[in-house]
Design a protein around this ligand. Structure first.
Ligand SMILES: Nc1nc2c(c(=O)[nH]1)N[C@H]1C(S)=C(S)[C@@H](COP(=O)(O)OP(=O)(O)OC[C@H]3O[C@@H](n4cnc5c(=O)[nH]c(N)nc54)[C@H](O)[C@@H]3O)O[C@H]1N2
Ligand SMILES: Nc1nc2c(c(=O)[nH]1)N[C@H]1C(S)=C(S)[C@@H](COP(=O)(O)OP(=O)(O)OC[C@H]3O[C@@H](n4cnc5c(=O)[nH]c(N)nc54)[C@H](O)[C@@H]3O)O[C@H]1N2
Ligand code: SF4
Ligand SMILES: [Mo]
Length: 721
């Protein structure tokens, strides 16, 4: 039995559930991870990533000193690095960014913020970009993620955060899960949802083209053709109106545009929706009745709704349902986009978006700008909203963006159409990546700045239900790595000196940064580090010290005043299968890996799920002539990858699933960079592809079998206590 030197309470670095965990430390090594039974939001539960996936912290591949590329003339060639001092590396970054700024203007520099870094890191980062570089070109992976949800929610109710808390989930009556593979992507939330079904007898309606595990807990599963959600939701609304199941008081008191909206529904019958979506009309009626007749009912959704060329419409049609039934603004109801990354909510809240400072205060509002200018040393701020992440890549290709700062993200794995992204980034004059590893994007950088991992730094993360929680240093930094915020302090002072301004980069710890953030952000005003210490976490908005925080939103009114119904017509811009590319590709996640697997691929989880698979249904496998474990080449108009087939009924006919975690079979080599016009989010769930049987790539051992080929489906190893 090992006696720990210390046990440190912190927040899981993976998903937006924000599980609280104890890191048990011996000789500066995390030898065990446990979960406290008495702490929200997870109450003793962790999934396999939190429990067994944090060993990347001590992986030998961690970057230990700043690195400067020797072969800077060719960004696409394998990098040759030399070690540098912090002084040399930061001087180079400061001088290159100032040169680009002074030559082409600040808008020629673009910055990826990070949903893995803390609120304090991201606050200071966007301050550096806005105040010193003079551009609002700062965005992050939320663009590739919930942008469709955010845009739809902003248009209809004026706020995009999840409206209800995790704590309410166990007591649900009726709930819809759509476009969220919850057991693999938010496993601990999935456990609460399962409990609601098992213990509370709650009725679950799953609306998803794949046979995901949540369907096994559902009262009703609508298996729509991919990309046809609007038809299904609008037909549900049609039924609710025709059968008079809506909530007239809520509609009269809290919403606008209902009369016009009803008219637009006239033709959208369940029979029509059946022809579009393949879901039997009777099932659509049944779903509408269960949802609308409930006393309270909630909707949870994920990437199947958001990541589409009509992601905004998908969201609007879901919001319409909640508004007409009055299922929002009360406990156990709500509109709940499940946020993905551990701090994607917080990165947005901290100003990691092109149009807003902290807590969605607009950069084009002169009063708000004046407040930030006064706290940021009087430096005049740019009033024009900046580029989105997808636009940054496009602008790099045509030379409008010349310098790029990538903080804790991996666009080479996560942006759509990898060849296009590679081509675009290869045009940059200067690129710096600040990360804990050299990921696929880092391989193209001029400078790598080594950051400390979550286990080596202090700060806060904000989880999916807007709960601000602490991240605490438990082990010393690896090599010369430094916490992200500290790197920005140092870099900020160097740029300030060059420009002769003082915006303020003198912080000695993250608590001081939080204090500045709190001062410029009314929604965070009542949250302090002392309070987080005492209470474990506080849900923002929290406008005063005696305010308890806000577990569910919109009790009285919506941020835009009345909730607005939007007429939505079904249509699609997505790439459709045709004679040459007859299958549809949907991409997403598996339980054991994280995004481009920079972290999980360097953890014990890699052994459980070591390679990409192409999930294909038995009928399609027969057509292609392939069995589980055999190799296929999957190609689209953009590229081709080789991987092994997994024949399983999880995939519907005509659609195959490939996770986007594996560099050697990168799903984004195939996807298309076409975007939703309003949200600017790409379509990761629809790509036209062809599939051909092929032989193993060279160097792959014959006879190697992954255990999951025997199992046929991937089981959920979440630990429940
Ligand atoms: N293990 C693991 N967990 C993660 C992550 C990870 O990389 N690994 N990433 C995190 C992040 S950043 C995010 S954003 C979340 C994402 O969490 P999810 O949204 O749950 O993740 P996806 O795997 O993209 O699953 C999307 C779901 O949409 C369904 N779908 C596909 N097409 C359609 C459609 O047309 N309509 C509908 N309604 N559904 C469709 C798929 O079948 C799947 O069930 O996960 C977070 N959690
Ligand atoms: N085909 C396809 N593509 C997708 C998606 C899909 O469903 N299908 N989903 C999209 C979605 S929803 C998302 S959110 C994106 C995710 O895309 P990204 O955010 O680009 O991917 P990650 O791999 O999560 O990148 C996180 C990086 O942060 C680093 N890191 C970890 N901790 C720290 C830290 O403390 N400091 C610093 N500086 N770095 C740190 C990690 O090493 C890693 O390199 O991918 C998108 N791309
Ligand atoms: S559910 Fe999410 S936050 Fe909890 S342990 Fe798993 S990855 Fe971490
Ligand atoms: Mo995401």
């Amino acid at each position: 039995m090992i006696t720990p030197d210390q046990t440190v309470r912190t927040t899981c670095p993976y998903c937006g559930v924000g599980c609280q965990m104890n890191l048990h430390i011996k000789d500066n090594f995390i030898y065990r991870v446990s979960a406290p039974f008495d702490a929200a939001p997870n109450y003793g539960m962790l999934c396999v990533k939190g429990r067994f996936g944090t060993d990347y912290v001590r992986h030998p591949g961690r970057v230990k000193t700043p690195l400067i590329r020797v072969n800077r003339e060719d960004r696409t060639a394998p990098p040759v690095w030399r070690e540098a001092t912090w002084e040399e590396a930061l001087e180079l970054v400061a001088s290159e960014f100032v040169r680009i700024r002074n030559t082409y203007g600040g808008d020629a520099i673009a910055a990826y913020a990070s949903a893995k870094a803390t609120n304090e890191d991201n606050y200071l980062y966007q301050k550096l970009i806005r105040a010193l570089i003079g551009t609002n070109n700062v965005d992050h992976c939320a663009r590739l993620c919930h942008a469709g949800s955010v845009t739809g929610l902003q248009l209809s109710i004026g706020s995009s955060a999840m409206s209800n808390s995790i704590a309410e989930m166990e007591n649900l009556d009726v709930f819809i899960v759509t476009g969220s593979n919850t057991t693999e992507t938010h496993p601990v939330i999935a456990n609460f949802l399962k409990r609601a079904v098992r213990k509370n007898g709650a009725k679950l309606i799953v609306i998803d083209p794949r046979h995901i595990e949540m369907t096994d807990f559902s009262t009703l599963w609508l298996r729509q053709n991919p990309g046809t959600d609007v038809a299904v939701f609008q037909a549900m609304a049609h039924v609710i109106v025709k059968e008079g199941l809506y909530d007239p008081d809520f509609i009269a008191g809290r919403t606008e545009g209902f009369e016009d909206y009803i008219e637009s529904l006239e033709e959208l019958t369940p029979e029509w929706a059946e022809t579009v979506s393949g879901v039997p009309a009777e099932k659509i009626r049944e779903a509408a009745r269960i949802y609308a007749s409930a006393k309270k009912a909630a909707i949870y959704w994920g990437m199947g709704i958001s990541q589409s060329t009509h992601g905004t419409d998908n969201t609007l049609s879901l919001v319409n349902l909640a508004l007409m039934c009055g299922h929002v603004g009360k406990a156990g109801t709500g509109l709940n986009p499940l946020r993905g990354q551990n701090n994607v909510q917080g990165c947005s809240d901290s100003g990691g978006l092109p149009g807003v400072f902290t807590a969605y205060q607009r950069v084009d509002d002169p009063d708000i700008r004046a407040r930030f200018e006064s706290v940021w040393g009087g430096v005049p701020l740019n009033a024009t909203p900046g580029l989105t992440a997808t636009e940054m890549v496009d602008m790099a290709e045509i030379g409008k963006v010349r310098g790029m700062f990538v903080l804790g993200e991996n666009p080479m794995m996560s942006e759509p159409n990898q060849n296009h992204a590679r081509h675009a980034l290869s045009h940059l004059e200067f690129m710096v990546c600040q990360d804990i590893f050299i990921n696929e994007t880092g391989e193209m950088a001029d400078v790598i700045l080594p950051a400390t991992s979550f286990a080596e730094k202090d700060g806060t993360f904000t989880n999916t239900d807007r709960r601000v929680q602490r991240c605490r240093a438990a082990v010393p930094p690896v090599g010369d790595s430094r916490p992200d915020w500290e790197i920005f302090c140092d870099l900020g002072r160097r740029i300030e000196t060059r420009l002769g301004v003082r915006a303020g980069f003198e912080f000695s710890d993250p608590a001081e940064i939080w204090e500045e953030m709190r001062r410029v952000t009314p929604d965070f005003w009542g949250i302090t580090y002392d309070r987080l210490e005492r209470e474990g976490g506080v849900h923002w908005p929290c406008p005063s010290f005696d305010h308890p925080g806000t577990p569910y939103l919109f009790a009285e009114e919506f941020p835009r005043g009345r909730g607005k119904f939007w007429e939505v017509t079904f249509g699609t811009n997505s790439e459709q299968p045709d004679a040459e590319y007859p299958f549809n590709l949907t991409t997403g996640r598996v339980l054991y890996h994280w995004s481009g697997s920079t972290m999980t691929g360097r953890s014990a989880l890699e052994e459980i799920f070591p390679e990409a698979v192409c999930e294909i249904c038995p009928e399609d496998a027969e057509k292609v002539g392939v069995a589980s474990g055999e190799w296929v080449q999957v190609s689209s108009r953009r590229g081709a990858i080789k991987l092994r087939a997994l024949v399983t009924g999880r995939s519907p006919k005509g659609t195959v699933f490939v996770p986007f975690h594996f560099a050697e079979a990168a799903a984004n080599a195939l996807t298309l960079d076409r975007i939703d016009k309003r949200a600017k989010i790409p379509d990761y769930k629809n790509t036209a592809i062809k599939i051909e049987k092929t032989t193993a790539p060279e160097g792959i051992e014959a006879g190697y079998e992954m255990p999951l080929f025997d199992r046929g489906a991937i089981k959920d190893p979440v630990q429940v206590h």
